[in-house]
Design a binder for this molecule. Structure first.
Ligand code: PHE
Ligand code: CA
Ligand code: ZN
Ligand code: ZN
Ligand code: ZN
Length: 278
């Protein structure tokens, strides 16, 4: 898999920060900054040759949007690998780690697929979800919109929510052992110790897929929980402090990013996409 440029991911994050600044300080469901975020990501995907679709849903009486991007090359959609991240923030702030980080990483991996003119054995579909912060509403509405036969065609769903927490942990979802191994092999090759996190369970968009019987996986750098002594030793972090002290706050801005974690996780994502779509 190619090396994803962390500078490119950072540039996308700066653009998402500007979107928030131009729209009242956030990118939340129902607010103008969310739709502007969708438009920004869609434009880049369209220019790279993806077939994009903005799907509307009802999120608590307010219109929500999911952005779906299909890569036209490769195998039949009977075997699909999906990669997703939520693009909405909370209303308290710009949501750059949660979840500009996952959104920008997934975007750069999609653009790398285009640049490589990848012809995977499976079909590749990328998604940016709305209204995750309202309770996984966008991803659940997407899964609900699929016929049972189409749910079965999704071989794997990979989720990325918070991949650059300032006091970063390197967590791999433990839902499926074989997907977990693909990520763990990558971190091992970079001499990075991984762990599992109880914070992950059922708390991001992969749960919408897992509940429907889809095999899921992903990576995470921690939210409001506190890093243990042992973890701090493995990751050169700060014991007794949250992974992200700006979690769901106004200060989750462009300065709230651990660039090493952003880089490693974007590269791990590319590795998993290349491996699992073969
Ligand atoms: N979904 C949570 C949020 O957006 C945080 C989270 C990220 C939980 C990743 C699990 C996995 O606030
Ligand atoms: Ca990189
Ligand atoms: Zn959140
Ligand atoms: Zn999140
Ligand atoms: Zn690789």
């Amino acid at each position: 898999a190619p090396d994803i440029s962390v500078d490119a991911v950072q540039k996308d994050l700066k653009e998402l920060q500007s979107v928030a600044e131009d729209n009242g300080g956030n990118r939340a469901h129902g607010e103008p900054g969310f739709k502007a975020s969708i438009d920004l990501v869609k434009k880049k995907l369209d220019a790279a040759g993806f077939k994009t679709d903005v799907q509307e849903f009802d999120g608590g009486g307010t219109k929500g949007y999911n952005l779906i991007a299909d890569w036209p090359e490769g195998g039949s959609a009977d075997h699909t690998v999906m990669v997703g991240s939520h693009l909405d923030s909370v209303s308290e702030g710009p949501g750059i780690n949660d979840n500009g980080s996952g959104s920008a990483g997934v975007l750069e991996v999609a653009l790398a697929v285009s640049k490589a003119k990848l012809e995977p054995g499976k079909h590749l579909r990328f998604a940016w979800w709305g209204a995750e912060e309202q309770g996984l509403v966008g991803s659940q509405s997407y899964v609900d919109s699929l016929a049972q036969d189409d749910v079965k065609k999704i071989d794997t769903y990979l989720n990325f929510d918070m991949i650059a927490s300032p006091n970063a942990g390197y967590f791999v979802y433990d839902d499926d052992a074989s997907v977990q191994k693909v990520f763990k092999d990558y971190y091992k090759s970079k001499d990075i110790t991984t762990d599992t996190s109880p914070e992950v369970n059922g708390r991001s968009d992969h749960a919408s897929f897992a509940d429907a019987g889809v095999t899921v996986g992903g990576t995470f750098t921690g939210a409001g929980d506190t890093m243990t002594e042992e973890q701090a030793k493995s990751w050169d972090g700060k014991a007794g402090e949250p992974f992200d002290s700006c979690y769901h706050s106004e200060c989750d801005d462009i300065s709230n990013i651990n660039e090493k974690a952003l880089d490693v996780n974007s590269d791990a994502m590319a590795h998993a996409v290349w491996e699992l779509s073969k």
